[in-house]
Write a protein that binds this ligand. Structure first.
Ligand code: F6R
Length: 621
């Protein structure tokens, strides 16, 4: 889950590396480092903690020196093997070889024993450093850097990517991908840049090569060349044009990326509608013709697999697909599903939902299903991501880059995509009556406006969530509860609060509260009751009364004008669901729980965009 950047070209390499690492910090930020060529020698700077620590170290260098570097590699780490110390930080040097690595070398113990038996003494606790010894030995045995990297990489088991340099061959950066992502682009000014994803690259080119497993890329001042590692033969790769703009990678005046991304959700909805629909067609839910739409239509049943927030979106997908399209849908954690023996039908379809498109467990399910000949669909926010490429048919969510580690706008984009699938299938299968389809689609089209009003920069929701966060900040714990469409939002609210504010929180189906968790409730607890006016609202109100009777503080989230809910709540957050199909309330209640968690995290003083122990792209099991 670490982030890698490599550059060889005509620009000041230090700027390329530091800017790139900052864009990759979402992948891990336990420690970081850079290695740069200067007069034929490689200089390394590394430090525990975030990239800003390295920047501080480098400030001591004279400006001419900083501008002189033209070739280098950098890394930001999410520790797997070995503690997050400066010593374990990358780049690692082994003699004249210096490398950065992302992923896991599964046979590292065997390699370590072999290296120690040969007399080598690894200095760090990482599996990564061992690769440097393999390359060093191969080069000392007479191979050039490229061939040494290739032969050494073939010895590794497990998913990983490496980027390597050697003082014996200055001016060259060699990257290999197997299982964890690596992308590259030719710098329009001359040279090439390699990274773990496209964000550090789009400043230099929007035409990005997404390496395949087993690909090797070599960057020099002249540009990029590609080969495969089995035999070392050259391969041709075609770039994918990435349409993200650099402006979208900045905070645009918000205190945190997460806040900006929460506020962007009306744009997310518009962009996802434009991506998914063929607006030239007049019918409701006109899904654009593409292989995924056909595969969805042919499915006898669907299994949605995902992790974390994406799993919560999948739960909502199930509700909509079942209600509107009458397709049997099951939802599973990818980490569980991959080790089960699922019963599948000849026309079953397995859908992997993942904003990053790289989550190891979700990817493993997709690969396994492909092997078994099961139809696979991917829903990701990253074009060219591994899941997007592995699946039979891929859908893209168009939420734009999401930099805050906590998923917010990608959640909304995932929900919307699945709602559109459900509406489209409902129309096609005639399970959604025409008048209802038109009404529902009109409601979907209203969502951007409703979200725009809800998320006005200093609007009522912002003020309410800020004030309420202040009042409940000392609660011992939080429960989020909801029924029907509000249940996945309750789960999502609890997850958001835990991950960014480090406060204990649980999400529950409101009906489950009395089966155990109610024993926890007293004056020290806060319960967020999500109950917009819908089929389940009255039942949730009864559960709210039960909570009140135990003295817990209640934050009510419901439909504007629901005076009973307002009266029963200690704090009240209304959303405008008037006239909206009840199935669409999650689009309005999700931002409420996102903002509430955000302001609680700010009050707790946590690093909202980079919460501890987490990473945005979880490429390990
Ligand atoms: C929560 C969060 C995680 C991810 C999970 C799956 O805010 O971001 O729970 O949802 O790690 O990630 P993706 O969607 O990339 O597969």
């Amino acid at each position: 889950m670490c982030g890698i950047v490599g550059y060889a070209g005509t620009r000041p390499a230090l700027d390329v590396l530091i800017n790139g690492l900052k864009r990759l910090e979402y992948r891990g930020y336990d420690s970081s480092g850079v290695a740069l060529f200067f007069e034929g020698k490689i200089e390394i700077q590394k430090s525990q903690g975030k990239v800003e620590n390295i920047e501080r170290l480098l400030q001591q260098l004279p400006a001419e020196r900083k501008n002189a570097y033209r070739v280098g590699i950098g890394h930001t780490r999410w520790a797997t093997h070995g503690k997050p110390t400066t010593q374990n930080a990358h780049p690692h040097r082994t003699g004249h070889v210096v490398l950065v690595h992302n992923g896991i070398i599964e046979n590292y113990l065997e390699i370590k024993q072999e290296l120690i038996a040969k007399g080598h003494r690894p200095a760090s606790e990482t599996d990564s450093e061992l690769f440097g010894f393999l390359v060093l030995d191969a080069m000392d045995g007479g191979l050039g850097l490229v061939e040494a990297v290739r032969m050494s990489f073939l010895r590794l088991h497990g998913s990983c990517s490496v980027v390597v340099m050697s003082e014996k061959e200055p001016g060259m950066v060699v990257g290999v991908r197997n299982g964890t992502p690596l992308v590259a682009a030719a710098d329009e000014q001359g040279g090439g840049v390699i990274a773990s994803d496209a964000q550090p690259i789009i400043e230099y080119s929007r035409d990005v090569y997404f390496l395949e497993d087993g690909d090797m890329v070599i960057a020099t001042e002249k540009g990029l060349t590609f080969s495969e590692i089995r035999l070392g033969q050259p391969v041709r790769r075609t770039p994918i044009h990435v349409d993200w703009s650099i402006e979208r990678l900045d905070k645009q005046g918000f205190d945190h990326y997460m806040l900006k991304e929460i506020h962007e959700q009306s744009v997310t909805v518009v962009d996802t509608l434009n991506e998914m629909l063929d607006r030239a067609k007049a019918d409701p839910f006109p899904l654009a013709a593409r292989p995924g739409a056909e595969l969805l239509s042919s499915a006898s049943d669907m299994t949605l697999v995902a992790c974390g927030t994406s799993w919560h979106a999948a739960l909502l997908g199930k509700y909509w697909l079942e209600r509107f399209a009458r397709v049997p849908v099951s939802v599973d954690y990818a980490s569980e599903y991959r080790y089960r023996e699922p019963v599948l039908q000849p026309r079953s379809v397995v859908v992997g939902i993942s904003q990053s498109g790289e989550t190891a467990d979700t990817l493993a399910v997709i690969k396994d299903m492909k092997r078994r000949g099961v139809g696979t669909i991917g829903l990701t926010n990253v074009r060219g991501s591994t899941i997007a490429r592995e699946v039979q048919a891929s859908f893209h969510t168009s939420a734009g880059p999401e930099i805050g580690v906590a998923a917010t706008k990608t959640f909304t984009a995932q929900m919307l995509s699945m709602l559109l699938w459900a509406g489209h299938l409902g129309v096609k299968r005639k399970t959604l009556p025409p008048t209802m389809a038109v009404r529902l689609f009109d409601d979907v089209i209203r969502l951007p406006l409703l979200l725009n009003d809800l998320l006005a920069r200093d609007g009522a929701l912002v003020r309410a969530t800020k004030e309420i966060a202040e009042k409940v900040r000392n609660s011992k714990g939080f429960f989020f509860m909801g029924r029907g469409y509000s249940f996945p939002i309750a789960l999502e609210g609890a997850l958001k609060l835990k991950e960014i504010a480090y406060v204990h929180a649980e999400g529950y189906a409101a009906g489950e509260l009395k089966h155990g968790p109610i024993a926890m409730l007293d004056e020290s607890m806060t319960v967020v009751v999500i109950a917009p006016k819908d089929t389940w609202r009255d039942k949730s109100v009864s559960n709210l009364e039960e909570v009140r009777a135990r003295g817990a503080r209640i934050i009510g989230v419901g439909s504007a004008g629901d005076t009973q809910m307002e009266r029963l709540s200690d704090f009240w957050i209304p959303v405008n669901t008037a006239g909206l199909d009840e199935g669409l309330s999650p689009f309005l209640t999700a931002p409420v729980v996102q903002l509430l968690s955000y302001y609680l995290a700010v009050l707790k003083g946590t690093d909202v965009d980079k919460p501890r122990n987490l990473a945005k792209s979880v490429t390990v099991e």
